[in-house]
Design a binder for this molecule. Structure first.
Ligand code: SAM
Ligand code: SF4
Length: 335
C-alpha cells in the first residue's frame, strides 16, 4: 500500500503504538510513582473505539501496530481487541501486530496472542536477580515473569528482552543478561533511561548509563558487527559474532535518530502524540465520538495531526540536568 500519512519532513508514518490502558500491576521506579492516580475508566476508549481508531490508521497506511500501556495485558477484555485486529493481518493490510509487556500475564495469554496472529513480543526485564527485580518494579515478582517468558516461547512467540540500562543497578549484570538471552535464543535491547514523568526525588541524571559505555564494555568480550537493520525508531543493532545474538541500543539521549522516525503514539484516551519527547498532541476522541457512523472527521483529524509532527525531541542530559523533560509518564503515552 502507498503510505498516505506523510509528515512535513517527508517521513511516511507506517507505525502506530497504542496504549490500551494507563494501569499496571507493577510500579517501576523510572516509570510510575508508587501511589499513581489512574484515569477514571470512562475516560478510556472502549475496545470498539480502539478498533475503530486503529482501523482508521491501518486504512491510512499503518502497517505495524504495537499494543502497549501501562500493562496492556491487564486491560479487561484485551484479547477481544487483539482478535478483532486479526482481520487486518488476514487481509494483508497490517503486516505486524505486536505488543510490549512486562510479562506478568503471559502465562495466561501467550497461546491466545499467537492464535490472534502475534508472532513477536517485547518483554521488559532489567535484572535477573529476584530482590533487585522486586526493588525496581516495586510490585513485580521475577518468577512470574520468567514463567511468562517460558510460556511465550512455548507458544511460538519470538521474544525480545528490553532492559533499561541503570547506572549502579544492572551494570554488573550486563554479561549475565547477554548470556542468559543467548542461551534462550532471545534478542536483547538496552534502553537509555528517559526523563519522563514526575521526577520527584528520583535522580534521573544519576540513573543515566550511556549506551556508548554499554557498547564499549560489550566489545571488551565480544566482536560487534554493526547491522544495517532499521526499525524507523531510535534503535541501532549489532550482532555479537561469538553468539550470533542481536543486541539493540535505544539511545534517545546519546544519539538522536529522529530523522528516520516513522511512528506516532496514541494514548488510551485517544490523544495522538506525534513525538514521544514533545508535549504537542491531537485529541482524536471528539472526532471519533461525535461521529459514530462517519470516519471522515477522524481521518481529517489524523491528517491534521501528522501535518504537525515535529522534527524531533529535545531530550538532553549533557548539561547534567534532565533537559527537554516532558511531564507525562511513559505509561500514559505508551513506551
Ligand atoms: N508495561 C509494559 C512494559 O513494561 O513492557 C509496556 C509499557 S512500558 C511504559 C514500555 C517500556 O518503557 C518498558 O520497556 C519500560 O522499561 C520503558 N520505560 C518506562 N519508563 C522509562 C523511562 N523513564 N526511560 C526509559 N524507558 C522507560
Ligand atoms: Fe508498568 Fe511497564 Fe511502567 Fe513498569 S515500565 S510500571 S511494567 S508500564
Amino acid at each position: 500500500m502507498t503510505p498516505q500519512l506523510i509528515d512535513p519532513f517527508a517521513r511516511a508514518i507506517t507505525y502506530l503504538r497504542v496504549s490500551v490502558t494507563d494501569r499496571c500491576d507493577f510500579r517501576c521506579v523510572y516509570c510510575m510513582a508508587e501511589n499513581m492516580t489512574f484515569l477514571p475508566k470512562k475516560e478510556l476508549l472502549t475496545l470498539e473505539e480502539l478498533d475503530r481508531m486503529c482501523s482508521a490508521f491501518i486504512g491510512l497506511g499503518v502497517e505495524k501496530l504495537r499494543i502497549t500501556g501501562g500493562e496492556p495485558l491487564v486491560r479487561k477484555g484485551i484479547m477481544t481487541f487483539f482478535n478483532s485486529m486479526t482481520r487486518h493481518l488476514e487481509s494483508g493490510t497490517l503486516k505486524e501486530l505486536t505488543l510490549t509487556t512486562n510479562g506478568s500475564q503471559l502465562e495466561r495469554f501467550a497461546d491466545d496472542l499467537y492464535a490472534a496472529g502475534v508472532r513477536r513480543v517485547n518483554i521488559s526485564l532489567d535484572t535477573l536477580d529476584e530482590d533487585k527485580f522486586a526493588r525496581v518494579t516495586r510490585w513485580g515478582r521475577l518468577p512470574q515473569v520468567l514463567r511468562g517468558i517460558d510460556a511465550a516461547q512455548r507458544a511460538g512467540l519470538r521474544v525480545k528482552i528490553n532492559a533499561v540500562a541503570l547506572k549502579g543497578f544492572n551494570e554488573d549484570e550486563l554479561f549475565d543478561l547477554v548470556r542468559w538471552c543467548a542461551g534462550r535464543d532471545m534478542d536483547l535491547t538496552f534502553i537509555e533511561v528517559m526523563p519522563m514523568g514526575d521526577l520527584g526525588n528520583e535522580d534521573r541524571v544519576g540513573q543515566y548509563w550511556s549506551l556508548d559505555d554499554v557498547r564499549a564494555r560489550l566489545s571488551e568480550q565480544y566482536r560487534l558487527t554493526d547491522l544495517a537493520e532499521r526499525s524507523g525508531g531510535p534503535a541501532r543493532y549489532v550482532r555479537l559474532d561469538e553468539t550470533g545474538q542481536k543486541i539493540g541500543f535505544i539511545t534517545p539521549l546519546s544519539h538522536n535518530f529522529c530523522e528516520s522516525c516513522n511512528r506516532v503514539r496514541m494514548t488510551c484516551t485517544g490523544e495522538l502524540f506525534m513525538c514521544l519527547g514533545q508535549e504537542d498532541m491531537a485529541d482524536l476522541r471528539p472526532a471519533l465520538r461525535n461521529h459514530p457512523n462517519d470516519d471522515a472527521p477522524l481521518i481529517e483529524a489524523i491528517h491534521g495531526a501528522i501535518g504537525r509532527k515535529p522534527k524531533g525531541h529535545d531530550f538532553d542530559y549533557s548539561r547534567q540536568r534532565a533537559d527537554g523533560q516532558v511531564s507525562r509518564h511513559m505509561s500514559h503515552t505508551g513506551g
